[in-house]
Ligand binder design. Structure first.
Ligand code: C5P
Length: 300
């Protein structure tokens, strides 16, 4: 096989509950991930060395050095296999970069699945998930897709049943936000307020809304403990969220660590109309309609 292509979805967090800061610098989470139909494609081609190139709208913002998570994923997989394999990786980016939609994690998951196939390793999914967890807290979910709750750092996953398709609009913001800086701002705001940080708990109403496919119920219980921090760093996002609510979004929330804003729509038509209204009124510079849940990293 000389080339393998894998398609990997973006995610939105429909519940992101952040516990107290741990000694290792991470936070214990209850993180309900939901994979949505905005996809990066990762192609792996036979080569002597591991290299990366990026195509698409967001290409200029993706690091091509050791900070590239797909390269790190390919290296980690080769190391796991105990051989110095090579692959030319080509990432076609549709997922906003540093947008709170796990775009980097998607590319890492894509590289793991593509190189596992290209190199004929035949490693089982569980092995890939283990390597993924070492690469980043969100990478295991990018492999799995669907809807799932992540505990621990977010990497210990249990699938959640969903009773239908949910329709979303995503409005990326100019310039990304760094995940560590948003967590640090969350800690700072908490320290400033002096309030005790509760242990994160799964919201039973949310589980019910997901399992029955009730978009109205889901919209009313979306939550993100990182949202105040993202808004503190990027106050203008509050205007975008308000505009979405005014145009009938069932729920409006910052996606993960932001700055992408996520809006839950009534159905596919409403999602298209909402995306058009957000851009027409200037509340967002761009907006994409998408649906979820969708599968994780899949051979194309
Ligand atoms: O795991 P990942 O490398 O994606 O995490 C990036 C950063 O996000 C961490 O360095 C940490 O600052 C923050 N983080 C956290 N608690 C988590 C996950 C991430 O504090 N559960």
């Amino acid at each position: 096989m000389s080339s393998v292509t894998v398609r990997v979805p973006a995610k939105v967090n429909v519940q992101l509950s952040v516990g107290p800061l741990r000694e290792d610098g991470y936070h214990d989470l209850v993180n309900v991930f939901h994979a949505v139909s905005i996809f990066d494609r990762v192609e792996a081609k036979e080569s002597d060395a591991i290299t990366v190139a990026v195509e698409g709208e967001w290409a200029g913002q993706v690091p091509l050095d050791d900070g590239n998570l797909a390269v790190r994923a390919a290296r980690a997989l080769a190391k796991h296999a105990g051989r110095s394999y090579g692959a030319d990786l080509v990432i076609h980016k549709e997922i906003p970069v540093a947008g709170g939609m796990a775009g980097g994690s998607a590319d890492a998951a894509g590289a793991l699945v593509a190189c596992n196939e290209l190199w004929g390793l035949g490693l089982p999914f569980e092995d890939l998930v283990e390597i993924a967890g070492d690469l980043g807290s969100d990478v295991p979910f990018s492999l799995l897709g669907g809807t799932a709750v992540g505990t621990g750092r977010g990497e210990e996953l249990s699938e959640l049943p969903t009773g239908g398709t949910f329709h979303w609009v995503f409005a990326p913001a100019e310039g990304g936000l760094s995940t560590p800086s948003v967590y640090a701002e969350c800690d700072r705001l908490r320290e400033e307020s002096g309030a005790e940080v509760p242990w994160p708990e799964l919201n039973e109403r949310l589980i019910e809304a997901l399992s029955t496919g009730d978009a109205y119920a889901l919209g009313s219980c979306l939550s993100n403990d990182l949202q105040d921090a993202a808004l503190a760093l990027r106050p203008e996002l509050a205007t975008t969220l308000d505009a979405g609510r005014q145009h009938g979004a069932l729920g409006a929330i910052v996606s993960g660590s932001g700055p992408t804003c996520a809006f839950l729509a009534i159905d596919a038509t409403h999602a298209r109309d909402l995306a058009a209204s957000l851009t027409a009124t200037g509340a967002a510079t761009s907006a994409m309609a998408a649906h979820g849940p969708v599968p994780g990293a899949t051979l194309a």
